[in-house]
Write a protein that binds this ligand. Structure first.
Ligand code: C2E
Ligand code: MG
Ligand code: MG
Ligand code: MG
Length: 285
């Protein structure tokens, strides 16, 4: 009986493994050329002032719709793209698409439109990364201050000196930089003073525990960041109660489903229209 059960378990495991690996294989195969087939789209999630709700910027988030696989989440395909090096051309596509959209928004009179893009470690590590950002901005006629890049701690600490040189070169172009998913790495606090970013994005796992220890951590990180002249974005604000807590803790910018999900262009424009740029200019860094 036990032997039988054991064999069944084993067979199930093997079946799952095979199933998973062929799914990975299919995903991998479909990912090649997805950009060329027009299967990618950027959605834009608003980041707003925690007190007034005024739009500060959007985060561009990649969406992939494949005829065979349907809609695939970036949590699934970005890690695959990273292992295969495909993330570099995909990242370049994202940068171009974001700049094209910024150009269109600026030309339509939304001169306050700003977008941040996520940049993977492999892309950031390219020696000519900053030059390619500069070239893409120039090609699309977009000022550097309209763009921000989001990088994770693990990306930046691979080579601290080289990273800071690139961050400085981005800042010289006016491009802002953010440390994404802050608090999920291993040595966040010790690196804070050594990584020259403009903004910290506190990972949404802290929001999920906001009424307990998460709240104390968000407060401490926010105060620390402000003392270091960093902006703070609190990610993953899903409820009005969470927003009130973030406001009470001194958070300056929020992003999350309570404000808005990531939106297609036409819907994102409603946020641009409501932002009244003449009354709420983007504050200097
Ligand atoms: P991220 O950069 O930390 O982006 C935030 C993620 O949290 C997004 O997931 C967003 O939809 C989700 N989110 C926002 N507000 C809430 C909320 O209130 N509750 C919950 N539960 N989730 C919320 P998404 O779009 O699925 O992207 C997942 C990750 O995939 C991103 O995390 C980023 O690491 C990566 N990614 C997405 N687009 C790109 C891209 O263009 N390039 C690269 N390299 N990575 C990307
Ligand atoms: Mg991000
Ligand atoms: Mg994030
Ligand atoms: Mg994240």
């Amino acid at each position: 009986q036990a032997k039988q059960a054991g064999r069944n378990t084993h067979r199930t495991f093997q079946h799952d493994w095979h199933h998973q690996s062929s799914a990975q294989f299919e995903l991998d195969a479909q990912l090649q050329g997805a950009a060329a087939r027009g299967e990618f789209e950027l959605h834009y999630q608003p980041l707003v002032d925690a007190r007034t709700g005024t739009l500060r910027s959007f985060e561009a988030l990649l969406r992939w719709h494949n005829p065979t696989l349907g809609a695939v989440s970036p949590a699934q395909f970005i890690p695959v793209a990273e292992t295969r090096g495909l993330i570099v051309p995909i990242g370049e596509w994202v940068l171009r698409a974001a700049c094209r959209q910024l150009r269109a928004w600026h030309a339509a009179g939304y001169t306050h439109a700003r977008v941040s893009v996520n940049v993977s470690a492999l892309q950031f590590a390219l020696p000519d990364f900053v030059r390619s950002v500069e070239a893409t901005l120039r090609t699309h006629g977009v000022p550097g201050h309209a763009l921000a890049v989001e990088l994770t701690e693990s990306t930046l600490i691979q080579d601290l000196e080289a990273s800071n040189a690139k961050l400085a070169a981005l800042h010289a172009l006016g491009v802002r930089t953010a440390l994404d998913d802050f608090g999920t790495g291993y040595s966040s606090l010790s690196y804070l003073q050594r990584l020259h970013v403009n903004t910290l994005k506190i990972d949404r796992s802290f929001m999920q525990a906001i009424d307990g220890r998460g709240g104390a951590l968000v407060r401490a990180i926010t105060h620390l960041a402000h003392d270091l002249d960093l902006r703070v974005v609190v990610e993953g604000v899903e409820t009005a109660q969470q927003l009130r807590t973030v406001q009470a803790l001194g958070g300056d910018t929020v992003q999350g489903y309570h404000v808005s999900r990531p939106l297609p262009v036409a819907q994102a424009e409603a946020f641009l229209r409501a932002a009244r740029p003449a009354l709420e200019p983007w504050p200097d860094p």
